[in-house]
Ligand binder design. Sequence first.
Ligand code: COA
Length: 713
Amino acid sequence: MTALPDIRYLFEPRSTAVIGASHNPEKLGYKILANIRASGYPGPVYPINPKGGTILDWQVYPSIEEVGAEVDLATIVIPKPAVMDAVRSCAAAGVRFLSVITSGYSEVGNLADERELVAYAHAHGMRVLGPNIFGIYSAMPPLNATFGPADIQPGGVAIVSQSGALGAAMIGKTKAQNIGLSTIVSVGNKSDIDEADLLEYLVSNDKTSVILLYIEGIKNGEKLVRALKIAALKKPIVVIKSGRSRRGAMAAASHTGSLAGADEIFSDVARQCGVHRAESIQEALDWCAYLAAAPLPGGENTVIITNGGGMGVLAADACEKYGVRLFDDQGVLKEVFGSAVPSFGSTKNPIDLTGQATVADYRAAVEAAYAHPDIHALVILGCETAILTAERLPEALREPFEANRRNKPAVFSFLGGSDVEMTIETLKRTGMPIYSDVYDAVSCLGTHFADYRHLTPIESVGPVVTSAEPGDVDVAAIERLVAQARKANRSFLLAQEGQALLAAAGIASPRSLVARSLKEALSHAEAIGYPVVLKVVSPDILHKSDAGGVALDLDDPEELMDAYQAIMRSCRRYRPTARIVGVEVGQMVQPGIETIVGARRDASLGPVIMFGLGGVYVEVMKDVAFRALPVDRQEIRSMMQDIRTYPLLLGVRGEDPKDVDAVADCLMRVARVLTHCPAISDIEVNPLVVYDQSQGAIAVDVRVLLARTEESS
Ligand code: COA
């Protein structure tokens, strides 16, 4: 295959062409040229139109082959029937990147033409952005080859948007909010270049300090997860994910698939990657603007300073919600804030300067907080009073902020009338992180700390072992079970094959042996250990309980002998012609905490594992957590801690803690089976009964589904 060009030349093209450059100022082909001109692009620009002439004083070439110079980026903005010919001309002219604005491809079901376009481009060393996009803006040359607004403010936020219209609108919105962009790219149908390709460039681009992704659908989830994991270790990434479809969940045949929609899985996986998922565009932009400018914290000790107790309580609640840790060394707090707080105020965090606080009190408290090395971040709040008016806010807050904006993270929130609102807007435009809603302020700080934690390496306790290694899972044995099922034309494993899979994966399950006589049953029970269960084994008895073929909780040989004879009698009575092979003697599973462990290939994100508590927790509360593979033990433990009912595993009301290590071990083994046995699509251990610490866990039942083959799909 022909080598593909360095993605850098998409963002930093040394020359650019517009195929479909129009003479008509109302057309997109003209607007794009006008934007290129307005952006002050320094390289050569080649408008292409068979009519020739000039547009915006640029000479127009009848075809790209006639340019006679290298072209890094060609924007294609002509009707679809003409696109393929234009792509061939681009190949002949040695173009590197195609930005295809034209619509009418896979977004309307026309996948074949899109595939043909990409295949041809790749075969001729070109890469494709789009089709169905608004183009690309990059602050670096600078170049605005979009048909969005002309006036883009350069800065540190990179936006990658799947939606063209939304992306174009974000250009306007960022400008209105004084947020500078390093780039904005529309990926549209993602026929070739997708978010993962762009992340590769953006993390190494000096001009970009924060990356915002707007994603509707994911095409290659495994590639995206890999790229996000790497990128989030270098720069903050904010994502807005829409398209909360449950289609995939409905199609899934197992719990692991149906318990949570694709959306819940995405949220968990985003967190796993260290990516911040915003609920709305405004929240995403607030986070980006804040993260692009904020200095890294030196630690997590945060203080709240307020002149209103109620506002302080609201902020404390918000801190809990967004994971912001309040500093509570009372000695230090008293020493730092004692002189600024009246006797009826409080130096306990939140620091309450009280309603009588003057501008001088605020400045004294805020400056002292900025100066103290044990305080790492500030939440500064205020309510409008006759002393602290909108007019005096800049003096009280802006000056100390400006003096320290590079030293310590701080967020501000002020509550008051329309004058206060206007002042907030003015201050915000100067780059101050000030918000009317205290939750908006604290959510920015929470995102910042989440990043800080993600980037702070945790002390290693040895080499990191991940599910990418098969470990001691007997993959060959599992493949034999799969082959056996395929041969029998089944897309699932039978119960005994499932048990064999558990054994091959090293997951403990109840021991069981088939006995052909009472004597043998007694010796098997001795070997397994009482109490045991007996189940009739007969190809002619499907519903064992209905036939009286099951006996539970047999404590000793006497009980076993009675039960054995009772089973034989009632089964013969139930179906006199039944062939009775013998009885299965099984270990009686003792009660413990029921959990559910699953792994599946998610349609959009690839292989994922799932954990939850069983029974009512999973059925009613859907209290489950997901992670994308590969995972290591630390990630597995963090997933387990994500569920709301995790404290039940730690032991409540005087109960002993449960064997969480055994659960983590089972999760790792299930992850390994899915990773190393591509023929398996779903595994679900339900229930996995967990006992007290060091007593292990036992997989009572397992369900295994096979991936569709060419013939079955
Ligand atoms: N090479 C170069 N120029 C060509 C050409 C070719 N093969 N074929 C046509 N042109 C010229 C035309 O002469 C015209 O120039 P003119 O106005 O000076 O005569 C210009 O290219 C545009 O062609 P036209 O036929 O007028 O197309 P259009 O501007 O009406 O529509 C698209 C073209 C791409 C805008 C339209 O097909 C489309 O896909 N629209 C949707 C775009 C969109 O929404 N994208 C997603 C955004 S999120």
